[in-house]
Design a binder for this molecule. Structure first.
Ligand SMILES: C[S@@+](CC[C@H](N)C(=O)[O-])C[C@H]1O[C@@H](n2cnc3c(N)ncnc32)[C@H](O)[C@@H]1O
Length: 194
């Protein structure tokens, strides 16, 4: 299983966030949903061996974790506005105990330390100044941590540093979160064919 945890510092935690303003009023929810699509979709299909975990830290009721599990998803496609509806539904569940709110969509009130704790090792932190991932051992089952348009805070960095085995970079330029995920998938697809 490939797992991609994306930290959304401003992402709305209201179940009524605006579907018509994902980039603004919903706190860059567009960025998280585009990243989730990169983690979960290939042409005409879902990556059954992949999972996207979106950490929503914006107002009014953080933290929330929404886990999208490739091999259980139904009604999931490229339309991020449609997928935003699944996130809104997930946000009605405010308990710490994870619940499946739609097929393949799991919601809980959990922050970065708890979410990371539940992710099987190894964990690779993806950051622009990391070691070239071509030189990092990446097994078939691996998890990655990425941020949104803002870097991780010092506190978040410290939490991730306790779990990660490496800080990896996909190249010399700072890319969008979704593009970074696409490159990592490509690297793993080449290494683990079949
Ligand atoms: C738009 S970038 C972060 C913003 C950027 N640090 C800035 O100064 O505005 C979004 C995320 O994608 C990942 N990322 C972007 N470029 C990367 C690279 N070359 N290697 C590894 N991860 C990268 C990182 O997780 C980063 O936090």
């Amino acid at each position: 299983m490939r797992r991609f945890l994306v930290v959304g510092h401003r992402a709305s935690t209201s179940p009524e966030f605006p579907l018509d303003d994902l980039a603004g009023g919903a706190g860059r929810m567009d960025l998280l949903l585009t990243a989730a699509n990169a983690a979960l979709l290939v042409a005409h299909d879902v990556r059954r061996d992949s999972e996207a975990i979106l950490l929503l830290l914006g107002p009014p009721d953080p933290p929330r974790a929404v886990r999208l599990v490739g091999d259980r998803l139904q009604s999931y496609g490229p339309d991020i506005r449609g997928n935003a509806g699944l996130i809104r539904k997930a946000l009605f569940h405010g308990s710490r105990l994870e619940r499946e709110t739609s097929p393949g969509v799991f919601a809980s009130r959990r922050g970065l330390p708890e979410v990371l704790e539940a992710i099987p090792e190894p964990v690779v932190h993806l950051r622009e100044d990391g070691k070239d991932i071509r030189e990092v051992e990446l097994p078939r089952d691996v998890a990655f941590v990425l941020s949104d348009s803002a870097d991780l805070s010092g506190e978040e960095e410290a939490v991730v540093a306790r779990r990660r085995i490496a800080v990896g970079a996909v190249g010399p330029r700072s890319l969008h979160t979704s593009d970074t995920i696409a490159i990592v998938h490509n690297e793993l697809d080449r290494r683990h064919r079949g």
